[in-house]
Design a protein around this ligand. Structure first.
Ligand SMILES: Cc1cc2nc3c(=O)[nH]c(=O)nc-3n(C[C@H](O)[C@H](O)[C@H](O)COP(=O)(O)OP(=O)(O)OC[C@H]3O[C@@H](n4cnc5c(N)ncnc54)[C@H](O)[C@@H]3O)c2cc1C
Length: 404
């Protein structure tokens, strides 16, 4: 008889795990997925494109309903897991039902953070994490509202760009002196700000919001320098917090995320975690690629093989507000590292390669990101590029890549 495997969370990590299991451990498990959102698992990354109106929300399901049925997965969506009784091996649902398990996977992702500012509870304050957020933001655009997006990282830029495309008047306020400071150096950030402004987003840097004004709804945002910006709505894009309460209350070891070892197992035998809610070797990843790598390893372990996850080298490779941006590895470069730079503000092209000990250790591309994956292979492969530096910047990278 199949063993009962319950997955809490119906997001991207959970969907990929089921897909991996369906090929690696066919029939071994009777899988039940419990998801709070009232929808089939969807591609969260594409919410930016839905907000921008480039695709329809009906196009982002990761798998159609018949796929789940065909793979024998019991889906309970629109249904929150409220507790885990680890002693009795039962997941309790908010509707009062109990789901017994033999093995349990926690894939509860993260939630979007707001800043604890006066006025944060006013109507018109939003975040950008799920499909219902997108529906509300799209309405702001349709109503031509004045929106202040707080946060100049990836999500803030995507929210700002999508809102502008929907018709809103958008100011992006970022507390740092450059956009996407975790992925870009100063020159790259400055170029991105110019390109984003060309798309219709007003960018304010060194702008620390201190208060949201309004009676019942948002009327303005005040900044540390005393300036006040009239606004009808605010969107916070200031980071995420892994959803670990359920795990912590069940007695699992947690820090920022649910602590897992190289097998993705928690401190409880038979209970695993992956995706944004998991913390591995001190790192909680906020990107989908590490979640997919974890899903591959966890599925192999659940299939009875021995697989180990050693962490992920994260790279950002996306269209940010319609502009190609790639960043990977140590893009600042430590002492002794050499930097090769190409920058053309007129065409909006920027390229920075960081080399240390004849190895490519970091790269930033803005504009044309066609070579991104080649650079990522070279970084991950630790390839000796000492004699090929000319090739590296503008040449054909195929030969170099073969050595990766
Ligand atoms: C707008 C946007 C754009 C993004 N763009 C990119 C990008 O370009 N590249 C990239 O790599 N990453 C991007 N990300 C991040 C990426 O979406 C996440 O890394 C990925 O979704 C993580 O997958 P996950 O399964 O761990 O979490 P999630 O996809 O968040 O899924 C977790 C699910 O668990 C559910 N859940 C939580 N608690 C419970 C409970 N108690 N009971 C039942 N269900 C529960 C949640 O409702 C949610 O549906 C983006 C995110 C957003 C919001």
């Amino acid at each position: 008889m199949s063993e009962a495997l319950v997955i809490i969370g119906n997001g991207m990590a959970a969907a990929r795990l089921v897909e991996e299991l369906s090929s690696k451990a066919l029939g071994r498990y009777a899988i039940a997925v419990v998801g709070e959102e009232p929808a089939l698992a969807y591609n969260r990354v594409l919410l930016s494109s839905v907000l921008a109106g480039d695709i329809d929300k009906g196009e982002i399901d990761l798998k159609p309903a018949p796929w789940w049925r065909a793979h024998g997965v019991t889906l309970r969506y629109g249904c929150k897991a409220s507790a885990i009784d680890a002693a009795r091996k039962v997941v309790k649902l908010a509707d009062g039902k109990n789901v017994p398990y033999s093995k349990l996977v926690i894939a509860t992702g993260s939630r979007a953070l707001s800043l604890p500012l006066p006025g944060v509870d006013l109507a018109g304050v939003h975040t950008f994490r799920d499909i219902s957020d997108v529906e509300q933001l799209a309405r702001l655009g349709a109503d031509r509202k004045r929106v202040v997006v707080i946060g100049g990282g990836l999500l803030g830029l995507e929210a700002a760009y999508g809102l502008v495309k929907r018709g809103a008047h958008v100011t992006l306020a970022h507390v740092m002196d450059r956009l996407m400071e975790r992925q870009l150096d100063a020159d790259g950030g400055a170029l991105l700000a110019r390109l984003v402004e060309r798309k219709g987003v007003r960018v304010l840097l060194n702008a620390s919001a201190t208060r949201i004004h309004g009676q019942r709804t948002v009327q303005a945002v005040e900044f540390r320098d005393g300036s006040i910006l009239d606004a009808d709505a605010v969107v916070f894009a200031v980071g995420v917090k892994p959803n670990v309460d359920l795990a912590r209350e069940a007695g699992l070891a947690t820090n920022r995320g649910v602590l897992v070892d190289d097998a993705l197992m928690t401190n409880l035998e038979g209970v695993f975690a992956l995706g944004e809610c998991a913390e591995h070797r001190g790192v909680c990843y906020g990107l989908v690629e590490p979640a997919y790598e974890q899903a591959r390893v966890l599925a192999a372990n659940l299939a009875g093989r021995t697989a180990s996850y050693a962490g992920s080298i994260v790279a950002t490779n996306l269209k940010v507000s319609g502009v190609g941006v790639f960043s990977a590895g140590d893009f600042m470069g430590g002492e002794g590292a050499q930097r090769i730079l190409y920058s053309d503000a007129r065409t909006g092209a920027y390229k920075k390669l960081v080399i240390d000990n004849d190895r490519l250790v970091g790269a930033v591309l803005i504009g044309d990101t066609g070579a991104a994956l080649s650079y990522l292979d070279l970084i991950r492969g630790g390839v000796d590029v000492g004699s090929s530096r000319d090739e590296l910047m503008f040449g054909d990278l195929a030969e170099l890549r073969k050595a990766a």
